[in-house]
Design a protein around this ligand. Structure first.
Ligand code: DQA
Length: 146
């Protein structure tokens, strides 16, 4: 199996660092990708990152990960709560899948409590801010036994 992890970031995550810092912190998406990449290197893994504000682009990336990447870590942003096409694309991926959120959606507005990604994820890491990127990689490494 491939030693690469596909890290996917959904809508508005490109604005991290500027966007609602009281909720999402001051680190940028580039900072979080660096955290994930450093954690992956400790396990002989590497991270390929892709961010899009468009659901279809993320579906394409998930489909292309089949047979290419060993695992997926995905923070789908608001798509988490309604994007069934992302649910279906992830269901067709064979490796471990980690759903990742900086905030804890379950502790926020009621419309954030539903995740359509959670049922097809191996597990979810929510509410630990930027530390979640390292935790997500650790979870993948554990499942892949690396
Ligand atoms: C988020 C939580 C989502 O509800 C929200 O729409 C985001 C960010 C998070 O990382 O906490 O865009 O995925």
């Amino acid at each position: 199996m491939s030693a690469t992890i596909l890290l996917l970031s959904g809508p508005n995550l490109n604005l991290l660092g500027e966007r609602e810092p009281a909720v999402y912190g001051t680190a940028t998406l580039t900072d979080h990708v660096a955290t994930a990449s450093e954690a992956a290197a400790l396990h002989g893994l590497s991270v390929v990152h892709f961010q899009s504000n468009h659901e279809g682009d993320l579906v394409d990336a998930i489909q292309a990960a089949r047979g290419t990447h060993g695992a997926i870590i995905i923070n789908p942003g608001a798509l988490t709560h309604y994007a069934w096409a992302i649910h279906d694309a992830l269901a067709a991926f064979d490796g471990p899948i980690v759903e990742l959120h900086l905030s804890n959606p379950n502790a926020r507005e009621p419309w954030r409590h539903l995740s359509v990604v959670a049922p097809v994820a191996t597990g979810s890491i929510v509410g630990f801010g930027g530390h979640g990127y390292r935790l997500a990689v650790e979870a993948v490494a554990a499942v892949l036994e690396r």
